[in-house]
Design a protein around this ligand. Structure first.
Ligand code: SAH
Length: 251
C-alpha cells in the first residue's frame, strides 16, 4: 500500500456515534460533531446527533442500513475523499463503533492511499450496549467467560463463508449483528451443530432507544416470536439471556 505524504491539512474523523441513546456518545465524538464542516452519515439510530452540528455544516446521507447500501461502498469512499479536499474537518459518522462491522477500516485504507489524515474515534458498540439495556450481561462470572460478535448477514453455507459454525458449539455468548432477516437460518444452524432446542435466545430491536423491544425465547421458537420486530435488531444466544429476568431495567 502506498502512503503518500499528506497534501492538505484536513482530517477525516471516522467516528462512532454509539448505539442510539444520544447520551452514549463519547465526549470526544460530540466535540468533533460540534466543529464538523461536513458530516457523511448512514441511517442513524439517533438522527438528533446531527442537531449538534454547526448551522452551516453540510450533511450527506449515504443511507447504509443493515448491510444494504443504496450508495455503494466505493462511492462512499470517494465522497469522503472528495470532502477532505474541500473541508478541514470531515466527520464520517457511523452507528456504534466504526470498526465493528462498520467498514471503517476500508474507508481508512482508502484515505491512507490518498495521503489523507484520518482519526479513528471509537464508539460504544451495539454488540455490548444493546444487550446491557436489555438486562443481559455478555459475560457473567460463573456462567460464561467469553463472548463473540458475529455477522448474521452472511448466509450460512455461502461458498466464501468466513464463519466456522462448528466453533459455536460451546457455551460462549454469541451476539449476531445484522441477523434479523436470517434468524431462521442462524437458529437452525445452531441446532444442527448440537445446541439444545431450548437454548436461550433474545432479540433486541432499537436497543437503548425509547422504542426498544426485547423478545426472549429459545433456538426453536425465537424466529416465530421475533417476526414482527423492526431493524436495527441484534440476536443474543447464550445462558446469560436468562439473567434478564433479574436484571431487566430499561424497557
Ligand atoms: N458499527 C455498529 C454495527 C454496524 S452493523 C456497532 O458497533 O454497533 C448494524 C447492526 O448493528 C444492525 O443490523 C444491528 O444488528 C446492530 N445494531 C445497531 N444499533 C442497534 C440498536 N440500537 N439496537 C439493536 N441492534 C442494533
Amino acid at each position: 500500500m502506498t502512503n503518500k505524504k499528506s497534501k492538505n491539512s484536513s482530517t477525516v474523523y471516522l467516528l462512532g456515534a454509539g448505539p442510539g441513546d444520544i447520551e452514549l456518545m463519547t465526549i470526544k465524538s460530540l466535540k468533533l460533531i460540534k466543529k464538523a464542516q461536513i458530516i457523511i452519515y448512514d441511517r442513524l439510530a439517533n438522527p438528533d446527533i446531527l442537531k449538534e452540528a454547526p448551522k452551516d455544516c453540510e450533511f450527506v446521507d449515504v443511507g447504509k442500513t443493515d448491510g444494504k447500501h443504496p450508495v455503494k461502498q466505493p462511492e462512499i469512499n470517494e465522497i469522503i475523499y472528495q470532502s477532505s479536499l474541500k473541508y478541514k474537518n470531515v466527520v464520517r459518522l457511523k452507528g456504534g463503533d466504526p470498526f465493528v462491522f462498520g467498514r471503517g477500516g476500508e474507508e481508512a485504507i482508502y484515505l491512507k492511499e490518498r495521503g489523507i489524515k484520518f482519526d479513528i474515534v471509537p464508539g460504544i458498540t451495539s454488540a455490548i450496549s444493546v444487550p446491557a439495556y436489555a438486562g443481559i450481561p455478555v459475560t457473567q462470572r460463573g456462567v460464561v467467560s467469553s463472548f463473540r460478535v458475529i455477522t448474521g448477514h452472511e448466509a450460512p453455507g455461502k461458498a466464501t463463508s468466513q464463519i466456522d459454525w462448528s466453533s459455536f458449539a460451546t457455551d460462549e455468548t454469541l451476539v449476531f449483528l445484522m441477523g434479523l432477516h436470517n434468524i431462521k437460518i442462524i437458529t437452525s444452524k445452531l441446532i444442527a451443530i448440537g445446541k439444545s432446542k431450548d437454548y436461550p435466545v433474545a432479540v433486541i430491536s432499537k436497543g437503548t432507544t425509547k422504542d426498544q423491544k426485547v423478545v426472549v425465547g429459545t433456538l426453536e421458537n425465537i424466529a416465530k416470536k421475533a417476526k414482527n420486530l423492526d431493524t436495527p435488531a441484534l440476536i443474543v444466544v447464550g445462558k446469560v439471556v436468562s439473567l434478564r429476568e433479574d436484571l431487566r431495567w430499561f424497557d
